[in-house]
Design a protein around this ligand. Structure first.
Ligand SMILES: [Mg+2]
Ligand SMILES: [Zn+2]
Length: 178
């Protein structure tokens, strides 16, 4: 099974330091939904792993988060794109959970649920914690330069083997070609 794990904010949609708190604030990055559709059409499973500490911070409810994801799925639909599952960490930085990236808990959960070998699974993110979670789980880390990506590339030593691409569309182009 071909499966990819994507971060959400800064990879699929514009990120915000003030958090994405409503469907209106969720705006897709150019080409990202088309890139997901290409993966879906090529038979890939597309799974999201996203830290959503806004839940713990009381900035939005799980109902609102579901509405945000419904908007994303609705916009993917006419493109032929499909998100197979969304794994999220609802905790805050000080909650000590195992799921908040850079911890690899969500990735292990995905491996268990989909019965995949994580060494064959790419993880695409824009922040160091995405890449660290990927490395800790034995996945292939991919950094995109959207969202926090440029800052991540400039300010940090990336985990060994990290691949870099400008956008999610460029990542997918690397995998599928034109
Ligand atoms: Mg992100
Ligand atoms: Zn968590």
């Amino acid at each position: 099974m071909k499966l990819v794990i994507l971060d959400r904010d800064g990879v699929i949609n514009y990120d915000s330091p003030a958090f994405v708190k409503s469907p209106d604030e969720w705006v897709a990055l150019p080409g990202s939904l088309e890139a997901i559709a290409r993966l879906s059409q090529a038979g890939w499973r597309v799974v999201l792993a996203t830290n959503q500490s806004g839940l713990a911070r009381g900035l939005f409810s799980i109902e609102t988060l579901n509405a945000i994801h419904a908007k994303m799925r609705q916009e993917l639909l006419p493109l032929g794109g499909h998100v197979d599952a969304i794994f999220l960490c609802p905790h805050g930085p000080d909650d000590g959970c195992d799921c908040r990236k850079p911890k690899p808990g969500m990735l292990h959960e995905i491996a268990y649920r989909f019965d995949v070998d994580l060494s064959q699974v790419p993880v695409v993110g824009d922040s160091l914690r995405d890449l660290e979670a990927a490395a800790a789980a034995g996945c292939q880390p991919w950094l995109v330069l959207t969202g926090n990506g440029q800052k991540t590339q400039q300010a940090h030593t990336l985990p060994p083997g990290t691949q870099v691409a400008a956008t999610l569309a460029d990542v997918v182009e690397c995998w599928l070609g034109s």
